[in-house]
Design a protein around this ligand. Structure first.
Ligand code: GLU
Length: 476
């Protein structure tokens, strides 16, 4: 049997990282089992759903590398894939439950319902105990509907415990009475989430439902509906919740929560996907850094963790830096430029300069946009006499280096200094001026860059315009 999984977002906001993680697990599971990954848009909430959010979510998913095999824009034999286009299907199935005596029209008023809920809570009985669940009132209900009255349809929860087996949580049992007769069709004729979800998963031939732990209580209702319809049930895997380092539910307080924000901040899609995968799932070889394809080679539902997954931006940055480090020269060149400001000095340089610059900083950065700061440093002529520089200038050798370099620089007419020339200058200071070790290296770095740390000095200076070096010297 071909595995068929789905991601079913509601287009009521940007793609959340928790949603992206769910999409990723489904996508990777489909790839790992040569199955199909379906995208279904749960857009029955007409007030909050928009086309813009739908498009932006799909765009973010594609950016992450999670293109769907069936669904909006792609089609497929089990469509439609938008719930709003499926309204009549839900109505048909609701009618079936009504005909079979498994659902009923509920004419209780809001006040009656509130009073019922309060009383039943006190007595520990299910929230709904209205009269309309009794067959003796169904003829009356029918005539009210025939006369044009409207009412929601409730599912008549049968007696008994409910249980299902979950790939992450094991056997999940709900004792009888945990759920009262719940609404499956609203007064406006639109199905509720639990109802539509079951019908869609059945009609879309979904074999595995992988989604967040927050849906476990919904699964209780859904299992009841599967049983009422006699549909075969998909396998379930409810993955752990994402929480912040403070163990609170993930929210804006913990940093960006939408994929779009990470995209804008310059995170790499493969790094974000890699990191999201690690939140609640572990690689069989305990590897931290891998691609989606590598993930698909070893992915299975056994390696999910039951514990909440702690979202840690520092770890995400680390994973991002590892993906930058893994890039070959060509990919580094092809990809980094887009993260550097259009009007940057970087873009005015030769391809050779750009490649050398990227090679120099590849190991240093966690995110590509950090390169902007490094370009700015390279071209900055502002020397700040901070404590570091003051210390370097407190050594007697430093002014000697400065005088020598100033004099040599005056002779240079090329745009850039070569690494060899700088090497010769350092050799001269070592042999002729007898400056060695730290005073030599730090002296040159301090004098030429105004800093006490940075990447390899020779390639760094070879990337700095001679004009800039001259101005720095003059301002010392
Ligand atoms: N639309 C639901 C959500 O966004 C789908 C949940 C499910 O996967 O069943 O949470």
């Amino acid at each position: 049997m071909t595995t068929r999984v789905r991601f079913a977002p509601s287009p009521t906001g940007n793609l959340h990282i928790g949603g992206a993680r769910t999409a990723l697990y489904n996508y990777v599971f489909a790839k790992a089992t040569q199955g199909r990954y379906i995208l279904r848009i749960e857009d029955t909430d007409r007030e909050r759903s928009t086309k813009e959010f739908e498009e932006s979510q799909i765009d973010d998913m594609k950016w992450l590398g999670l293109a769907h095999d069936e669904g909006p824009g792609v089609g497929g034999e089990y469509g439609p894939y938008h719930q709003f286009e499926r309204v009549e299907i839900y109505q048909k199935f609701a009618q079936q439950l009504l005909d079979e005596g498994k659902a009923f029209y509920d004419f209780c008023s809001d006040e009656e319902l509130a009073e019922m809920a309060r009383k039943n809570k006190e007595e520990g009985t299910p929230p709904y105990t209205g009269k309309w669940r009794e067959e003796s009132h169904w003829e009356e209900a029918k005539s009210k509907i025939a006369a044009g009255e409207v009412a929601p349809i409730r599912f008549k929860v049968p007696p008994g415990d409910v249980s299902f087996t979950d790939h992450v949580r094991g056997d999940v049992k709900f004792p009888e009475g945990m759920v009262g007769d719940f609404v499956i069709m609203r007064t406006n004729g639109v199905g509720t989430y639990n109802f539509c979800n079951v019908i869609d998963d059945h009609q879309h031939k979904i074999t595995h439902v992988i989604r967040g732990e927050d849906h476990v209580n919904n699964t209780l209702r859904q299992v009841l509906l599967y049983q009422a319809f006699g549909f075969s049930m998909p396998e379930f895997a409810h993955v752990s919740l994402l929480i912040g380092k403070d163990r609170q539910k993930l929210s804006k307080r913990h940093g960006a929560t939408s994929v779009k924000q990470y995209r804008e901040e310059g995170y790499l899609p493969e790094a974000l996907a890699n990191y999201l995968c690690l939140l609640g799932w572990s690689h069989p070889e305990e590897r931290d850094v891998f691609t989606i394809n590598e993930m698909a080679e070893v992915f299975d539902l056994k390696r999910f963790s039951k514990a909440h997954a702690i979202y840690d931006i520092d770890k995400l940055k680390y994973i991002n830096s590892q993906h930058i480090k893994m890039m070959d020269e060509q990919s580094l060149f092809d990809r980094a430029g887009a993260y550097i400001a259009k009007d940057s000095f970087y873009h005015q340089q030769s391809k050779e300069w750009q490649q050398k610059f990227l090679n120099l900083y590849q190991e240093k950065i966690q995110l590509f946009p950090e390169l902007n700061e490094y370009v700015a440093q390279l071209t900055s002529t502002e020397l700040i006499m901070d404590d570091t520089l003051k210390e370097i200038f407190s050594w007697e050798s430093t002014p000697q280096i400065k005088d020598y370099v100033t004099q040599e620089l005056a002779e240079v007419s090329s745009e850039y200094l070569s690494e060899e020339i700088l090497g010769e200058w350092m050799d001269y200071c070592k042999k002729e001026l007898k400056i060695k070790g730290k005073p030599l290296f730090m002296g040159f770095r301090g004098v030429l860059t105004g800093q006490n740390h940075g990447p390899d000095l020779k390639p760094l200076i070879a990337l700095t315009p001679v004009e800039v070096l001259k101005k720095r010297m003059a301002s010392l």
